[in-house]
Design a protein around this ligand. Sequence first.
Ligand code: CUA
Length: 338
Amino acid sequence: MNELLRVALRLPPQASQAARDLDHLHFAVILTTLAGAAAVGALSAYYVVRYRRRGVAPATPDAETTWRVEGPLVAATLALFLAFWVVGYRQYLAAHAAPAGAMDVYVTAKQWMWKFSRADGSRSAGDLVVPAGRPVRLVMTSRDVIHSFYVPALRLKQDVLPGRYVTAWFVADRPGEYDVLCAEYCGVDHSRMRARLVVLSADDYAAWLSREGHSDVAGEDLVRRGREVAARRQCFACHTADGQPHVGPTWRGLFGRERTLADGTRVTADAAYLTRSMMEPQAQMVVGYQPLMPSYLGVLDAGEVGALVEYIRSLRDRGEASAVSLPPVRGAVDGGAP
Ligand code: CUA
């Protein structure tokens, strides 16, 4: 049934369970509305014949409201559509929360190509190679305009914005090669901004890793890499990881916290906010700080930004001793643990 409808509707293959679940909801909505429209059409045809004007007989008698029929009909229709919504909302939530331990891949979009970097530092332009059956989290940003990462076989589409960091995730369970497209008009060669998703079985993936000299990197390694990036880019000259106040806000307990900006508005320090703070530090100044931070736009690559954000996220509930003990800085207001 699934396969019949998929072919009839000319849908691409389903390379993940999420794609199949989404299609099933799609099919249920289509079949129900099709049946409903057919029933209404058949009933209208029947009434046209049944109540046609015959000779000089008077017109159709006045209709009377019958709540006993209409009430349950309205309630059933409402319940049906609410059921669609409940199923769809659950799928929406699942599609936006990557499981812990997912494999991270950094995606950089630019006119007109997709670049993939893995947490071990290796990169490729055009081929995203992943193992089947394992969650993969994409950490995406754009170098120029808005693009949209689109894999029809996964029913996955996510806008990718310059200066921001957005994520999407999937578990591909069928080895094969699938199209990656751009689904946001982004200039002359938009239609040629394509890449390939290569899903390999566990054995083939292991063979590919050793052949290419890549290593398998998971979340903890990313945090370690973020710490290295912070040290190398000298973030610790202004930020601490243990809650001590300094030139800039401490990173301990920063992630997910509400911040009050200089103009009085409040924002949550999430991945998008942190990324923007690195790229346009003066765009959303937290009250009480001087606009001293330089922009890292074009300095940090997407992999480094992702690793830094992961590192800051890891400091959400715990601090980490800084390399040096810093004297308090006048004017800093963000001291202490949250
Ligand atoms: Cu990138 Cu369209």
